[in-house]
Design a binder for this molecule. Structure first.
Ligand SMILES: [Zn+2]
Length: 375
């Protein structure tokens, strides 16, 4: 009945719908559906006619989070403010609000792995809806490889949780079981549902690389801080989307230059491409965005260096997006970064400004400390 009311709202338009049923415009609470915002109280009042045949008038009930919001949330609808009505904002908010269980103080990874798997599929425009046996096998393998120690490969829970949370869908089964206890696996085995991201989510992340990158970076940072994030990106198919420009033409390749170029290309991997995409290849120190004939160019700079003796992690929190000049200055310790992200030139002792940041990429201060101590 909610969906029927939304359909009618779409057909009539907002003003006519509100006028017909005597509702005022909502101020705070909108149902976010397929990336659009709908006045939640009006939709709830109109949908109520499915319960006893008449539309609830505005004066007969109160709207808001505790009443209408709670009921709509139980039904799997997303409530938000009007600004959230942009699909990207609604999706990213959901990604930040994932309800994951905690094990020994660490958030469980079943839902993040399921989402990363789906993001990888969308990036390649692979089928949105996947049979259960395939879903089960592929997500189980990811949980075994990247889950927390002792995690059981039980993809039925994240699939059902994400469904009730509004990001996933089992289109042939409007009332799937709750994601708790033992029924889910039996139910899945009996029904063999196809499932996948909701259509608006799929279209959004398939089309918008920036949204996909922000969601991936957020999931990596929150749920996999100590994992090999680059390998994980490659395993879920998010490693090879944004191809780098080709190396410089032959005349630029004196032997010395060539080895430097090769070294940088070797270091460039899926994770650093993700971070550079998030920054739109703009240097976090000087704001320069180098444009080459093949596209923009930046470098992923590890704050705590990889490899012996430093043994830094290849994780997003340990990476900066820098132009080649600032990369060299940073790697050689000519500049350091304070915990408040102030960049300091060690030769002059002067601050050269603050590091530029973007949503979805937070720098872990422990690596900045390590870099400062190094110099
Ligand atoms: Zn720079």
């Amino acid at each position: 009945m909610i969906l029927a009311a939304i359909k009618e709202y779409d057909q009539l338009g907002r003003d006519a719908f509100l006028e017909r049923y005597g509702f005022r415009e909502a101020r705070d609470y909108f149902i976010i559906h397929n990336g659009r915002g709908y006045d939640s109280k009006a939709i709830a009042g109109v949908a109520y006619r499915g319960v006893d045949g008449h539309v609830l008038r505005a004066s007969e009930f109160s709207g808001g989070a505790a009443t209408v919001g709670r009921v709509l949330g139980h039904l799997g609808f997303l409530l938000g403010s009007r600004q959230d009505a942009s699909p990207a904002a609604a999706f990213l908010e959901k990604i930040r609000d994932l309800d994951t269980a905690v094990s020994n103080g660490r958030p469980k990874r079943h839902q993040p792995l399921t989402l990363l798997w789906a993001l990888g599929r969308a990036a390649h425009r692979a089928e949105r809806l996947v049979p259960w046996d395939v879903t089960r096998a592929e997500i189980s393998a990811l949980i075994k490889e990247f889950g927390l120690p002792g995690d059981r490969p039980t993809p039925e829970y994240p699939v059902l949780k994400l469904t009730h949370f509004g990001l996933w869908t089992l289109p042939d089964h409007p009332e799937p079981p709750r994601p708790s206890g033992s029924p889910p696996l039996g139910w899945m085995s009996r029904n063999q549902p196809v499932s996948g991201l909701r259509e608006w989510v799929y279209e959004l992340v398939a089309e918008e690389q920036a949204v996909r990158s922000q969601a991936s970076a957020y999931l990596l940072e929150k749920y996999f801080p100590d994992e090999d994030q680059n390998t994980l990106l490659i395993r879920v198919g998010l490693g090879d989307i944004d191809e780098e420009p080709l190396p410089p033409p032959d005349e630029a390749r004196t032997p010395g230059r060539r080895s430097a170029t090769v070294q940088r290309i070797v270091r460039d991997n899926a994770l650093s491409r993700l971070i550079k995409t998030l920054h739109d290849h703009t240097c976090q120190m000087c704001g320069v965005r180098l444009l080459l004939p093949n596209g923009p160019y930046a470098e992923g700079a590890h704050i705590r260096p990889l490899g012996s003796p430093h043994d830094g992690y290849d994780v997003a929190g340990n990476l900066l997006c820098l132009c080649p000049n600032d990369h060299v200055l940073f790697d050689q310790g000519a500049v350091i970064v304070e915990d408040d992200l102030t960049v300091v030139n060690r030769l002059t002792g002067e601050s050269t400004g603050a590091l530029r940041t973007v949503p979805g990429h937070d720098i872990d201060p422990q690596y900045l400390t390590y870099h400062r101590n190094l110099y």
